[in-house]
Design a protein around this ligand. Sequence first.
Ligand SMILES: [Zn+2]
Ligand SMILES: [Zn+2]
Length: 63
Amino acid sequence: MSERVVKCSMCGKALRPGQTYYKCSVSTCNSGRLRLSFCSPGCWDAHLPTARHRSAGYTEHVN
Ligand SMILES: [Zn+2]
Ligand SMILES: [Zn+2]
């Protein structure tokens, strides 16, 4: 049994099934074990200073 609970990488809030979440468009944020997901564009925005992306966007997904 591996029920995957996706949590916001910024605020730690669990994403409910059917909820829209956001992923960083930069590949390093989506590779390997580091798969950042965000509950809102605001939380995605908050990771930018720590991630030091030159240019970044986000994509919308449904959980
Ligand atoms: Zn969040
Ligand atoms: Zn990123």
